[in-house]
Design a protein around this ligand. Sequence first.
Ligand code: BES
Ligand code: ZN
Length: 938
Amino acid sequence: MVVALLRCSWLLERFCFLCRTGTACCLKCCPAPSNVLVWVAAALRYSGSEKDESSRWKIFFFFAPWKHVVMWELIDEVEVEMPTSLGCPPPCAPLFLMLMTFLLQVKHATNQIVMNCADIDIITASYAPEGDEEVHATGFNYQNEDEKVTLSFPSTLQKGTGTLKIDFVGELNDKMKGFYRSKYTTPTGDTRYAAVTQFEATDARRAFPCWDEPAIKATFDISLVVPKDRVALSNMNVIDRKPYPDDENLVEVKFARTPIMSTYLVAFVVGEYDFVETRSLDGVLVRVYTPVGKAEQGKFALEVAAKTLPFYKDYFNVPYPLPKIDLIAIADFAAGAMENWGLVTYRETALLIDPKNSCSSSRQWVALVVGHELAHQWFGNLVTMEWWTHLWLNEGFASWIEYLCVDHCFPEYDIWTQFVSADYTRAQELDALDNSHPIEVSVGHPSEVDEIFDAISYSKGASVIRMLHDYIGDEDFRKGMNLYLTKFLQKNAATEDLWESLEKASGKPIAAVMNTWTKQMGFPLIYVEAEQVKDDKVLKLVQKKFCASGPYAGEDFPMWMVPISICTSDDPTSAKMQVLMDKPELTLVLKDVKPDQWVKLNLGTVGFYRTQYSPDMLESLIPAIKDLSLPPVDRLGLQNDLFSLARAGIISTVEVLKVMEAFVNEPNYTVWSDLSCNLEILSTLLSHTDFYEEIQVFVKDVFSPIGERLGWDPKPGEGHLDALLRGLVLGKLGKAGHKATLEEARRRFKDHVEGKNILSADLRSPVYVTILKHGDSTTLDTMLKLHKQADMQEEKNRIERVLGAISQPELIQKVLTFALSEEVRPQDTVSVIGGVAGGSKQGRKAAWKFVRDNWEELYNRYQGGFLISRLIKVCVALRMALVLCVQAFFESHPAPSAERTVQQCCENILLNAAWLKRDSEDIHQFFLQRKGPPPATA
Ligand code: BES
Ligand code: ZN
C-alpha cells in the first residue's frame, strides 16, 4: 500500500540529543546538516493462520489498498522477531515498517542514545562511526510513560560523526494520531482507507523514533512509493515521479527537501482525492483536495486561501517560503484542522462548501479555519515556539489574525463583533475559575501538553493580542511582527522574544504590561463610579481580580496593567480618554461631560477585563441600549459583563433580566447570539426548578418581536448576518415552543422530507431542532433516515448535533447508542453526546451515565487526547449536585490529559448550585410579576 522513503537531515542546531545539554552546542561543531535516509514501508503483520502465534513472525510488504487482505500483493518477505508490544491479531492491525538512518555527530562519548518513541517496536539499531565498523545496539529500553526509548550499545560511541540506523515496526492506527488510517467511501459506495498523519503535539514519535520537540528542527526529503492510481502528498512539491522498478503498479513520488522544520509539522497523505487549483497573486500554487467527485466543494476555500496568502505576505512583509500549499479534507480527523507546512489537513466540514447545501455559518467557519491555519505557515512554522509552554504564541496569535484575515476577505461578516462573543467572553468565562491557568504554563509530559489546547491558549491568547494590538496601534504592531519574524526566521522563539520586538517597534513597555496578562491567571474586574463636579465627571476606578465565585477574597492582590479607554454619549465610537491603569486605584477627570451624558469604559470591548458600574452609571447606559446609540460590540460587552456579575453573585440576576428586556429593538446578530447563549445557560440552570416553563415564556417574549420582523424567507438585499440571525431566532423560538414557529417548522419539514420544497441550508438547523424538541419516535426516525441519506458531512453533522433535542427517555437512549455506532464518525461522537447533554434535563443525566458506562471504549477511541476533555466538558459541566460522583469516577478512571477539565467542571457545578440557591426565588418572583395580575373578571 504505501512505502515511503524519507530522507531527513537532523540539524542539531539547538540541542544535542546525545549529551542533552541544551542549546546551540552542535551547530558550531557540526559542519553541515547531516542527511539521513529514512525508509518507510507499510507492511502487514501476517502469519500463516490467525491462530498460529509462533515466536517468529513473517513480515510481508504489500502494496495495495487496505480494503481486502486478499487483494494485497506480496512483493518481498523478511523474517523478524515478533513485535512484542503490539497485541492486535492479524489482519486487523496494519503495521508499517521503517528503516531510518541518521548521520550524526557524537559530541560526548556515550554508550546510550535516548529518543522519543511510542507504540513502536524497534527490530534492530546500529551505529557506524564514519570509516569504522557498525556496532549493533544490544538493548532497547522503552520508557513507555515518558514515550522514550534508550538504545544501549555494547561499546562506547566515540566523539565524531557516524550513522545511526534503526528499523522498526509501528501500527497504522485508527486513533487519529501519528500515522493513521482514515476511512472513506468512494462514489460507488466502496469503503477504502487513506493513510494520513497528525503529529501535533507529540505524535511524530508514533510514526518514527525521533527527537520530537519543537526546537529540534531538521530538513526532510520525502519520497512515497504508492499505487499509481493513488494521490501522494507531502509538505513539499513533487520533484520526481517514476515507475517503481519492482512493480508496475507502483510509482515513486519524490518531494523537494523541506526547509528546516519541527517534527510536529511533517505530514504525508496517500489516498484518492480530486482537487481544484489556482495560483495566488504572489505566485504560490494553491490546491484544495476534496473527496473524489466533490472538487466543486473546494472552490470556496480555494478562493479564500488565494486571497489570504498575499494578505499575510503583505501583513508580515515576509513571503510564503514554499512553492505550493495544499489544503486537504480528511474524513477521520480529530481536530478542526492542522497547519502542516505546505500540506494543511482539515476536517471535511472545515474545508468543503457546497453552494446549495452549505449554510452561512459553515462558510464563515471555513474562512476562519483557512485564515487560522495559513497564518501558522508564518507564525508557528517559519518561527516556532521554543517549547509547548509558548504554545499560546502559536494558537493565540493565529486565533487573533484569522479574524483580521476574514475581515479583509469578507467585511460583510462583521467578524470582529463575533470575535467578542466567540472568543473574548468564552475566555473570560474559563479564566474566572480558580482552576484556570496562566497563558504561559509549564508543561512536561505529553498529557500536559494536550491539556493546554484550550480556551486559555486560544481565546484568551487571541484576546490579549487584540488588546495589545489596540494599545500599540496597527502600524507599530506590524513593524514589530516583521522584526520578530525576520529575527527568528527558521528558528524558535519564546514569548519574551515577541515582546522585545514589539517593544522595539513601539517604544512602549510591552513586556511589563503583557507579563501581567500571560504569567498570571485571571483578569481584573474594574469597579467604576462617577461624580459630577461642575462640568466635569470625576471617575474612580478600582481593579480587583474577577472570580466566578464572587468578590475576590485571596490574600495576595494580583494586579494587571490595563489599557483603559473611556467614551461618552457625545461620541460613543471614539475614546475620550485612554490611560494605562498600572495600580489598584485610579482617579480620572473627564472634562466637559454634562450630567445627562453617560460614560462607558472599554470602548469596543477590547480590554480583557470586566466592568462593574455604580448603579446610577449603569442606569444611564440602559437608554443607549434601547436607542442603539451604543455600538453593537459595546451593547454585547455590557450585557455579558452584567450576566457574569450576576452569576458571580455580585449583582442580582433579576437586574440582568431587566436589562435583557431593553434589547427589544436589537437588530444585530452577534448581540442576539451572545444574549441567547446566556439565556440558554440560565434556562439550563432553571431546568432544575419547577418554574422552568416561565423562562421559556420569557425567551418567547424576548425573541418574538425580532422573529416577526425577520419572518421565514429572506428579503431582497439581505446578507450573511441576516441569514445567521434568522436561523438563531427561529431556532430559539421553536425550541421554546413558540406556537406559530413550531407549526411553520413542521409544515416546512414535511415539504422538505417529501421533496416538495427543500429547506434552504440556513433554515435546516432551526427547523430540525424545533421538530425534534417537540417530536416523537417518528420524528427521530425521519431524522436518522435523512442522516443516512446525506452525502455531505456538513449535513450529517448538522443532524447529529440536534438529535439530542428529543426528550423522551427511550429516544434519548437511541440517540446515545447512535453516537457510538458506525454511522457517526469517531470525531463526531462527542457532539452527539454533547447534544444530548445540552438538549434536556433527562438528556444531561443520561449522557453522563452513558459516558461512564462506555468510558473504556470512549477513552480508547480518543487515546486520552483532547477530545476526551471536550467530552467531559460537554456532559458534566451543567450537572448539579454531582461533584462527589464526578470526582469519584475520575479517581477510579484517570484521564491525565483532562485533569484540569475535570476540576473546572466540578467548580462549575458548585458555582451553578450556589447561583440557583441564591437567586432562584427572586427570578421566580420576577417572572410572576411580569405576567401581571390575572385579568379582572367581569
Ligand atoms: N495546531 C492546531 C491543531 C491541533 C489542535 C493540533 C489540537 C493538536 C491538538 C490548529 O492550528 C488549530 O488550532 N485548529 C483548530 C481550528 C482553529 C480554526 C481554531 C482546531 O482544530 O480546533
Ligand atoms: Zn492553530
